[in-house]
Design a binder for this molecule. Structure first.
Ligand code: ADP
Ligand code: MG
Ligand code: MG
Length: 274
């Protein structure tokens, strides 16, 4: 479809709010990867800005050792296809869909393994001075084994220098997964990702967001009440305790990813193979 790059665009495999994700095939070796693209002419400026932001963050994450639980960044380029020009990110292709799609088939052992991968990914990201800001089921992709998942979508992410300046913040991410302090516009640090992780675990069990969407009313319950989302009955007592450690309203009382990896729910939870 185009002669300017060394790969061919294949079928569409995902649509988000910012990018269009398709398969890409390398012309020389037939290798398959995922391509997240923004059409330069048809997009609104914030879409291109999110893609450029994602590229900066993925580059900074790829400088030193990478995590097997973060979707691997393979590079970025521009392509000219018919009359349009695309800005593209090349990513490792994950074949298993998102964790929200297959929640019904997942037993607690697989669930624990998935959570272990996700906490490990976040620990890595946080140790590199980055906050993901959009942890939710649609951004967690299933790999080659059911217990192996990887964190994707760094379009809303931010770097260390932007944590905690003390000034009011503009919340990033998806409202139903936002931590109370984020909804209130106070701060958005690594602890805020842990709250979103708690909401994501509930979503991984039920297939639905932790909070029902009633618009502004829900946001005021998240930000300004004592309420917590309902914990799924299907989960063991240990699992429910784990969620509780993520969903502490006071961000200073919330467990860090390092602490969460030591929680009994994570004992022997690591996947067998990467
Ligand atoms: P957005 O920022 O628009 O939400 P995402 O990066 O989350 O974009 O990608 C949108 C969707 O595309 C994901 O929810 C997923 O279904 C699919 N997708 C994204 N990256 C990959 C990948 N590397 N492998 C397979 N599917 C992917
Ligand atoms: Mg996404
Ligand atoms: Mg995004």
């Amino acid at each position: 479809n185009n002669d300017t790059v060394s790969w061919v665009r294949g079928k569409c495999i995902g649509k988000g709010s910012f990018g269009n994700v398709s398969l890409g095939v390398d012309k020389s070796d037939g290798r398959v990867f995922a391509v997240k693209s923004v059409d330069r002419m048809a997009c609104i400026p914030s879409q291109l800005e999110a893609l450029e932001n994602e590229i900066r963050i993925l580059r900074s994450l790829s400088y030193s050792s990478s995590s097997p639980y973060v979707v691997q960044y393979l590079g970025d380029d521009e392509s000219y296809e018919k009359t349009t020009s695309f800005r593209n990110i090349h990513l490792e292709y994950l074949p298993g869909g998102t964790v929200t799609e297959d929640h019904d088939d997942v037993d607690e052992l697989t669930l624990r393994s998935r959570i272990w991968c996700l906490v490990s990914a976040l620990k890595h990201v946080h140790s590199r001075g980055i906050v993901h800001c959009d942890v939710k089921g649609k951004n967690v992709l299933v790999g080659h084994a059911p217990g192996l998942v990887k964190l994707a979508d760094f379009g809303s992410g931010k770097g260390h220098s932007m944590f905690d300046s003390g000034a009011p913040i503009s919340p990033r991410g998806s409202p139903l997964w936002m931590a109370p302090e984020v909804v209130r516009g106070e701060s958005q640090g690594p602890e805020s990702d842990v709250w979103s992780l708690g909401c994501t675990i509930i979503e991984m069990v039920t297939g639905k967001p932790a909070w029902e969407d009633h618009g502004v009313d829900t946001l005021s319950r998240i930000g300004f009440s004592d309420e917590l989302p309902a914990f799924p009955d299907r989960l063991s007592e240990t699992g429910r305790d784990f969620i509780q450690k993520c969903l502490r309203r006071d961000p200073t009382q919330r467990w860090s990813c390092s602490q969460l990896l030591e929680h009994p729910f994570m004992a022997a939870a690591a996947p067998d193979s990467v």
